[in-house]
Design a protein around this ligand. Structure first.
Ligand SMILES: NC(=O)c1ccc[n+]([C@@H]2O[C@H](COP(=O)([O-])OP(=O)(O)OC[C@H]3O[C@@H](n4cnc5c(N)ncnc54)[C@H](O)[C@@H]3O)[C@@H](O)[C@H]2O)c1
Length: 508
C-alpha cells in the first residue's frame, strides 16, 4: 500500500494536539495517513518546542497547558511525565478532548478510579498507547491464539529489560537535563515494576486474559549510577509472577540490568511459541517434544505501512485504533478498563515487593465494589527530589550545574572503558577476536571527553561529599577501577596494549 492511500473510508479529519513533545514527536510520520492533523503542541521545554515548531510550523505551540487545552482540536496524544498521566488525561477529558495516553495509565489505584470515572462521564474516547502488542509477531500470535492453535495459556514469560541509566540525567533526545543540577522528573526514581505494560500488554492482547493477582519478591542488587536503591528506584531487576484470569501464571520481567532483553515465551495446552533474538519459533503437536520450527509472520498491506513507522509498527497501530474508534466507534484493544488491567499489576507488584512477596490482588475497576475499595488507595513509592535532591541545600552554581552533562558523558565513557577491560579478559575465547579492536576504538573515541569530565566529576565530589550527586559520580568512577581515564598515561597504555595485541588502530 502506498503511504498516500486512504486507510479509513471517510474524509473526516481529526485535529490532534500533542502534549509532551519528547516521545510525543515520534508519532508524527504516521498521523496524516490516519486522518490525524497535528495542529497543536505543548511542552515546558524550549528545545522540545523548537523541534516541534520545525516539524509543524503552522501548529500552535506553547508551554502553557491551559492555553493548549483551550485550543480548537479534538484529541490529545498525551506523552507527559509518566506518573502524571492520569491527572493530565483527566484535564484533557474535562476540556472535551479524546485521549490517547502514553503508558502507564496512572500511578496509584485512587488515580485509576478517578480516571475510569472521568472517561465514563466524558463520553470521549480514551485509549492507552501500549504499543508492544502490535509487532508483526505479537499480532500474528494474537490471531492464531484466538483461533485456538495454542489451546489455553499455561505459562508465559515476557520481558522488558531496558537499562536506560543515562536517561536519569538527560531528556529523551540525549540533551542533558537543564538546569544541570537537576535530574529527570521520573526516570531518576521510578521503580521498574511500575513500567510493566510493554511486557504484560502483549500477553493480555494475545491471550485475551486479564491479570488477577501478583507476587514480587524483593531483589536488592542494583547497577552503579542510579539515585535510588534497586528496591525503590529503577536500577535493578523487577520480576513478578502474575496470575491470569484462566488460572495461568506469567513471569513479567522488567528492569535495568547488564542485559537488555525482550525475550517472549508462551506455553499453551496445545502448542508453544517463543521469540528469541527476533525469531519466532513454535512447537506444535500438543507434546513437549513436538516439532519445533521458525515461522515468519507476514504483515498484511496495512502492516507493511505500519512497519515503516516507529517501534516495529506498534506506534502505527495504537494511533490507528484510536483514530478508528473516534471515526466509527469500533473499540480499540486498550480502552480504559484494559488500560487499568495492564497498569495495576505494576503498582501491586511494587507493593508486594515491600511486603516480602505477599500476593496482591489486581482489582477489576469495572466492578463497583472493587472500584470502591480502591477509591482512596493512594499508595505510591517514595520519589527522589529531582529538583533539589542531588546536592541538598546547595544553591545552583557554576560547578553543580555541570552535573547532568558530566554524568551523561561519564556513563558513556566509563562503560566504554569497562567493555574494553572486561572483553580483553576473555579475548582468547572471543569467537571473533578482531572485535576487541572495536571496543578499543570505542574507548579511544571517548578519551578526549573523559579528559574533561573526570576532573569535573572529581571536583564535584570533593566540593559536595556525602551528597547523592557525589555518590553516583563516585560509583561511575569506581566502575573504572579508579584508573585515571583522563590522564595521558592511560591513553599511552591503551595504544601500547593495542600494539601488543596487534589490534588495528582506529585511524588506520
Ligand atoms: N511506548 C513507548 O514505546 C514509549 C517510549 C518512550 C516513552 N514512552 C512514554 O512516553 C511518555 C513521555 O516520555 P518521554 O520519553 O518523552 O520523556 P519525558 O517524560 O521526559 O517527556 C515528557 C515531556 O513532556 C513535557 N511535559 C511534562 N509535563 C508537562 C506539562 N504539564 N506541560 C507541558 N509540558 C510537559 C516535558 O517537558 C517533557 O518534554 C512517558 O510516560 C513514557 O513512559 C513510551
Amino acid at each position: 500500500m502506498a503511504d498516500t492511500e486512504r486507510i479509513f473510508d471517510t474524509d473526516r479529519r481529526i485535529r490532534l494536539g500533542i502534549w509532551g513533545l519528547g516521545r510525543g514527536l515520534s508519532f508524527f510520520r504516521t498521523c496524516e495517513a490516519l486522518n490525524l492533523d497535528v495542529v497543536a503542541g505543548c511542552d515546558y521545554n524550549r528545545h522540545m518546542r523548537d523541534r516541534f515548531h520545525e516539524a509543524q510550523p503552522s501548529a500552535l505551540v506553547t508551554d502553557d497547558a491551559e492555553r493548549f487545552l483551550a485550543g480548537d482540536f479534538d484529541a490529545v496524544l498525551l506523552a507527559t511525565f509518566c506518573p502524571a498521566h492520569a491527572d493530565d488525561a483527566r484535564r484533557c477529558l474535562a476540556a472535551g478532548k479524546h485521549v490517547l495516553s502514553e503508558v502507564t495509565a496512572f500511578h496509584t489505584l485512587a488515580e485509576g478510579v478517578a480516571l475510569v470515572e472521568a472517561v465514563e462521564r466524558s463520553g470521549r474516547v480514551y485509549n492507552l498507547a501500549e504499543n508492544y502488542p502490535f509487532s508483526a509477531a505479537n499480532m500474528w500470535l494474537a490471531r492464531r491464539w484466538q483461533e485456538g492453535l495454542f489451546g489455553d495459556l499455561m505459562y508465559a514469560e515476557y520481558e522488558y529489560v531496558h537499562e536506560c541509566r543515562s536517561l536519569c540525567y538527560t531528556y529523551i533526545d540525549g540533551e542533558p537535563i537543564q538546569p544541570g543540577n537537576q535530574v529527570h522528573s521520573w526516570r531518576s526514581w521510578l521503580n521498574f515494576h511500575y513500567y510493566n505494560t510493554h511486557s504484560l500488554g502483549p500477553v493480555m492482547h494475545i491471550t485475551g486474559l486479564r491479570p488477577t493477582r501478583v507476587v514480587a519478591l524483593p531483589s536488592s542488587p542494583g547497577l552503579a549510577g542510579y539515585l535510588m536503591g534497586a528496591l525503590q528506584g529503577m536500577g535493578g531487576a523487577a520480576p513478578s509472577l502474575i496470575n491470569l484470569s484462566n488460572g495461568a501464571v506469567m513471569r513479567n520481567l522488567m528492569g535495568a540490568t547488564t542485559n537488555d532483553t525482550h525475550q517472549q515465551r508462551l506455553w499453551g495446552t496445545l502448542g508453544s511459541a517463543e521469540q528469541v533474538d527476533g525469531q519466532l519459533r513454535l512447537r506444535l503437536g500438543a507434546s513437549g517434544n513436538g516439532p519445533r520450527h521458525v515461522v515468519k509472520p507476514a504483515w498484511d498491506a496495512l502492516g507493511e505501512l505500519a512497519a515503516r513507522t516507529g517501534h516495529g509498527g506498534g506506534d502505527f497501530w495504537t494511533l490507528y485504533y484510536f483514530a478508528r474508534q473516534i471515526l466509527d466507534g469500533r473499540p480499540a484493544p486498550f480502552d480504559v478498563y484494559r488500560a487499568a488491567d495492564c497498569t495495576i499489576p505494576g503498582i501491586q507488584a511494587y507493593r508486594s515487593s515491600l511486603h516480602g512477596g505477599a500476593p496482591m490482588p489486581v482489582p477489576d475497576l469495572r466492578q463497583p465494589a472493587e472500584r470502591d475499595a480502591c477509591r482512596h488507595d493512594t499508595f505510591a513509592q517514595p520519589r527522589f527530589d529531582d529538583r533539589a535532591g542531588l546536592f541538598p541545600g546547595i544553591a545552583g552554581n557554576e560547578l553543580t550545574e555541570q552535573f547532568s552533562l558530566t554524568m551523561r558523558d561519564l556513563i558513556r565513557g566509563v562503560t566504554a572503558y569497562r567493555a574494553w577491560r572486561d572483553w580483553r579478559q576473555v579475548a582468547a575465547e572471543l569467537d571473533q577476536p578482531a572485535r576487541l579492536g572495536e571496543f578499543a576504538d570505542a574507548l579511544q573515541s571517548e578519551l578526549p571527553r573523559l579528559a574533561e569530565v573526570v576532573p569535573t566529576a572529581r571536583r564535584l565530589m570533593a566540593a559536595y561529599p556525602g551528597t547523592p550527586g557525589a555518590r553516583v559520580l563516585g560509583e561511575m568512577l569506581a566502575l573504572a577501577d579508579d584508573v585515571d581515564l583522563a590522564g595521558t598515561a592511560f591513553a599511552a597504555d591503551l595504544a601500547a596494549e593495542r600494539q601488543r595485541l596487534a589490534l588495528p588502530s582506529a585511524s588506520a
